[in-house]
Each structure stands twice: as C-alpha cells, then as structure tokens.
Design a protein around this ligand. Structure first.
Ligand code: PCA
Length: 204
C-alpha cells in the first residue's frame, strides 16, 4: 500500500491546543484513498521544522505529503495554492522571530501546491463543508513547511505530490481562546479524509 505522510503542528502563541494534532493522531495508521496514513507532529520552530519534515520524508519514503496547520480566524477549510521563500511573522515556540529572511537562498521565490486543490475544494463543498482555495499561507511556520516539502519534491522527488491545508479552529480551541470561529473536530477530520480521498483518486 502507498504511504501518505500527514503532518500537524504542536500548539503555538495563544492557541493552547492545535486541532491539527488531534486529526493527525486520529488518522495515523488508517487506510484512506489507497494510502496508509502515517501521522507526525511538527515543532513550531523556524530552526528545526524544515529539517524535521525532510527527515520524516526520508524515513517514511511516502508517495505523497499533506501538511496541516491551524489558521485561527478562518471560517473555511483552505487548501493553500502557493508557498513563498520567506520567513517572517510572530515569535515561534523557541523564541525565533525572523524578518524577511529567505527560507532557502538558492530556492525559487515560490512553489505551487502539487495537490489537486480545486478538486479538494469542490468535493468538500459537495459534502457540505465550507472550503475555498487560499492564495496565501502567510510567512510563518505553515508556509515554511509547505515550502520545504515542495522544494524537496521539485529538486529530489518530483513524482511525490505535496502541499498544505489550513484548517479553522476546533470548538475545543475556540472555547479556550474566546474570539475565533470554529468547527467540530469530527467535521475537521472528515474534511481531511475527503482531501486524502481526492488525492488518492488523482494518483491511482
Ligand atoms: N499554524 C501556524 C503554524 C502552526 C500552525 O498550526 C501557521 O499558520 O503558520
């Protein structure tokens, strides 16, 4: 069976839980869309998250990679269109706060997602889950991990689709945080299962 690396992130800033963690833990080991899902949690750390992703790819040797991140404040599930070669944003969990730094000096300015993002959005909406393509993953850790995965694929493993999906807060996080829209964990996990199925259909 083909393997799919599914990554989530640990909590960060004032988000005391990261709903991507629970999804990844739940889907880890499941068979979805012709893939065995292998889940891993990433650190919110500009210093290590990129190399961590690459070490997971080299250890697991997946046929595809989907990374997940929390986009607190978003109302919809949002597959990302592009990753940009910048590190910028609020302080990470290790105290790093890069300003306008490139992720890779020799890297392209941006890499387009290699996931079937339009089909994912269409299928999510058909299943009554609000979704749209996002045209920016920001310049924080989610963009960083998306960029690193795509850079690796473009330079070393072009047959491996990779990309990123931002998700809204879970109800659990919204109750603790107080000021963000949220979905049930069940709907979030269902939405990610749908995205993996769509990817599987595209890569039979
Ligand atoms: N979301 C952040 C980093 C970790 C996460 O889950 C982001 O959007 O960059």
């Amino acid at each position: 069976m083909k393997k799919l690396l599914l990554t989530g992130f640990e909590p960060f800033l004032d988000f005391t839980v990261n709903p991507t963690m629970r999804i990844v833990e739940e889907l880890d080991g499941m068979e979805i869309g012709g893939y065995t899902v292998i889940g891993r949690i990433m650190p919110v750390d500009f210093g290590t998250s990129g190399s961590k992703l690459l070490s997971f790819i080299e250890e697991i040797k997946p046929e595809a990679v989907i990374s997940l991140g929390l986009a607190a404040g978003r109302f919809k599930m949002t597959p990302e269109r592009i990753a940009i070669n910048f590190k910028d944003g609020p302080v990470d969990n290790e105290g790093n706060k890069p300003i306008d730094e490139p992720i890779r000096e020799e890297g392209e300015p941006g890499y387009l997602s290699a996931l079937p993002i339009r089909k994912m959005v269409d299928r999510l909406i058909a299943d009554n889950l609000p979704a749209e393509i996002s045209n920016t993953a920001g310049a924080y850790l989610c963009n960083n991990v998306m960029y690193e995965g795509l850079h690796y694929a473009k330079t070393q493993k072009p047959e491996m689709p990779s990309g990123f999906i931002h998700i809204p807060a879970s109800h659990e996080l919204a109750i603790q945080h107080g000021k963000i829209p949220s979905w049930s964990h069940e709907d979030l996990a269902h939405g990610i299962r749908i995205c993996i199925e769509v990817l599987g259909e595209e890569n039979k």
